[in-house]
Design a protein around this ligand. Structure first.
Ligand code: SF4
Ligand code: SF4
Ligand code: FES
Length: 393
């Protein structure tokens, strides 16, 4: 047994009082979960503490909270681990508060309907099947099912939504969980509307190009869904496969980024903006759209100049790499570009079909030479799969 201080964020909108912190002392074994600690408080000290839970086994996704400032499942976090995380110097205090980016209903319970489920509904979270419907079943290629298994692992807990930095700035952002859900169907060859789905999410001002790659959703997810990676896949399908040049300039921005690094070995920030808006070449800056954007950015640029964050020399003469270093960067980009069309598999397996005869075991047959793709814990990617198998969520 060990002693812990559970510092819970309390809030009851009906009371009219502001939120406050309340501490409870409990004794439990370190391997017991934070949820068990909260339920002990509820059973023995204060029955009014609000927490949502059900399975207590990291399956139902009900008990999402912020533990020591980071989103996660209360039933999937050991008391001992949370207390030892170094956040609180005494090694026994654990703070638990409701998840972020969602309105609080009571204490640790947030309104998932108002944000999370609304966004999930936004991406048409069901299969729009191709016609004609086969008499028995659709046979889905093995690789395609491997690809979508990662998104199927989502338990809709909302932890990624809670910690999404873009959503904090733009609450209308479609967000990590809904984007991962969208990829679930974009990556499914039975779906009839892949183009429409990615076009919709690319053109939406709050869609896939609203993500700032902060990695928070990857860290928060208790199921390894890696929502940010699914967003990057959606972008690749939209930009590379369907050639969608979106009105948010997201695809052009990515292209400009790659071209600038390829040309100079380093990013030339002053060129990035005009190329993102006006086209991926030196002439991009003369495009009316680039001029308009530069004009509207003038206050920011002026402040940056005044504070010395940008210098006229830096704008006109970008950093230069030594010749051999530049050649090395260009060799890498050429190697990547020479690759055959990519296999869009999941995080457990990723790579290119350079060596179809490669062995079994931990290395997938689709592993590229020198880019061994190893199986990580998760759904078994080698298991034969048919379309008739059911989803986990
Ligand atoms: S990586 Fe993108 S989607 Fe994920 S938390 Fe950050 S901004 Fe949100
Ligand atoms: S992607 Fe992960 S963190 Fe987000 S809702 Fe699904 S399981 Fe939870
Ligand atoms: S109670 Fe079901 S996931 Fe925690």
């Amino acid at each position: 047994m060990a002693e812990y201080t559970l510092k819970l964020r309390r809030y009851n909108p009906e009371s009219g009082e502001a939120p406050f912190w309340e501490e409870f002392q409990i004794e439990l074994e370190p391997h017991r979960s934070v949820l068990e600690g909260i339920l002990k408080v509820k059973a023995e000290i204060d029955g009014s503490v609000g927490i949502r839970c059900s399975c207590r086994a990291a399956i139902c996704g009900s008990c999402g909270v912020r533990i020591n400032g980071r989103a996660g499942l209360a039933c999937h976090t050991h008391l001992g681990h949370a207390a030892d995380s170094g956040v609180h110097a005494d090694g026994r205090t654990i703070t638990v508060e409701p998840m972020g980016n969602m309105p609080i209903l009571k204490d640790l319970i947030v309104d998932m309907d108002a944000v999370h489920w609304k966004k999930i509904q936004r991406v048409t979270p069901w299969l729009i099947n191709k016609e004609p419907v086969p008499e028995r079943e659709y046979i889905v290629p093995h690789e395609n099912m491997v690809d979508v298994t990662q998104t199927m692992a989502c338990i809709q807990c909302g932890a990624c939504v809670s910690d999404c930095l873009s959503m904090e700035v733009d609450p209308l952002f479609v967000g990590p969980a809904a984007s991962a859900r969208a990829y679930r169907f974009v990556g499914d060859p039975r779906d009839a509307e892949q183009y429409e789905r990615v076009k919709d999410l690319a053109e939406d001002r709050h869609g896939i190009y609203d993500c700032t790659h902060c990695f928070n959703c990857i860290e928060a997810c208790p199921k390894g869904v890696a929502p940010m990676s699914q967003i990057m896949r959606l972008r690749r399908v939209a930009g590379a496969d369907h050639g969608i040049v979106d009105r948010n300039n997201g695809h052009r921005h990515e292209q400009a980024f790659v071209t600038l690094v390829k040309e100079g070995g380093l990013l030339h920030e002053a060129e990035l903006l005009p190329r993102s808006y006006g086209g991926d070449s030196w002439f991009g800056k003369f495009h009316p759209a680039a001029g308009q954007e530069l004009l509207s950015s003038l206050p920011v640029i002026t402040t940056a100049l005044l504070r010395g964050k940008v210098t006229p020399k830096g704008v006109l003469a970008p950093h230069k790499l030594p010749k051999d270093a530049l050649a090395a960067v260009q060799a890498i980009t050429e190697k990547v570009e020479r690759r055959r069309p990519r296999n869009e598999l999941n995080l457990y397996i990723t790579g290119y079909d350079d060596s179809p005869g490669a062995g079994d075991g931990d290395v997938h047959p689709l592993a590229a030479d020198g880019d061994a793709m190893t199986s990580a814990p998760g759904p078994n990617p080698h298991r034969p799969t048919s379309a008739s198998e059911s989803e986990s969520a």
